[in-house]
Design a protein around this ligand. Structure first.
Ligand SMILES: Nc1ncnc2c1ncn2[C@@H]1O[C@H](COP(=O)(O)OP(=O)(O)OP(=O)(O)O)[C@@H](O)[C@H]1O
Length: 194
């Protein structure tokens, strides 16, 4: 990404943001509330047009950006009347590139015991874990995570760090907007705004 600029509601939110993210690398995107982290993520997944700048993927054989990305955003996109397992089955069918079965993914995020409960009954942290389990049911090289640690207890934070490390170890890439530590030793910090 080179010289990216973002304008929202007529206001220039940031400009001259540039970085490079390679296989097996992670970026921790930091900045004050309102600095534009979520906006940058929206640009990276094609939901928001940059005011200026270049966004380029190399070596992906012309695959559309949307097919390379997993997004875990503020809104978890889960269907509240469906169970955790049904949500993951749905995500896997929708996204393709199947990786872990839903039950194995729920096991990995510590939710095997509530696989059949409607997601609407789950706590905030449990819902976040289901959203994170989506990363595991379909294979996508680029994980875009918006404050992924929010609502997670200490053990779930360590679990997420483990998932991210495993993804990086397999050659994946991660960009995570965060106000706190991700627990990843090699992550590069990119700060936007003052
Ligand atoms: N649809 C919109 N129209 C106008 N302004 C918007 C819109 N969406 C976001 N903004 C503004 O863009 C700025 C950046 O918002 P954004 O959510 O990207 O910040 P952030 O760095 O992710 O903040 P936080 O740390 O609070 O999550 C804010 O000033 C916000 O009010």
């Amino acid at each position: 990404m080179e010289n990216l600029a973002c304008r929202r509601g007529g206001r220039l939110i940031f400009e001259d943001v540039g970085f490079r993210l390679g296989n097996g690398e992670a970026i921790a995107l930091t900045g004050r509330n309102g600095a534009g982290k979520s906006s940058l993520i929206a640009m990276l997944c094609g939901r928001l047009r940059p005011e200026a700048g270049v966004l380029r993927i190399e070596g992906a054989d012309d695959a559309p950006l949307q097919e390379l990305i997993h997004l875990v955003g503020h809104r978890d996109g889960l269907k509240t009347s469906l169970s955790a397992r049904e949500n993951l089955d749905f995500a896997q069918a929708l996204l393709g590139d199947a990786a872990l079965p839903a039950d194995a993914a729920l096991e990995r995020v510590g939710l095997a015991h509530i696989a059949e409960l409607p997601v609407g009954y789950l706590s905030a942290g449990q819902r976040r874990r289901v959203a994170l389990a989506r990363l595991l049911v379909s294979r996508r090289p680029f994980w875009l995570l918006d404050e992924p640690m929010s609502a997670l207890d200490i053990s779930a934070q360590a679990m997420l760090t483990g998932l991210m490390e495993a993804h990086l170890g397999e050659g994946g890439a991660i960009l995570a907007a965060t106000h706190g530590p991700l627990g990843l030793d090699g992550a590069t910090e990119v700060r936007i705004g003052p």
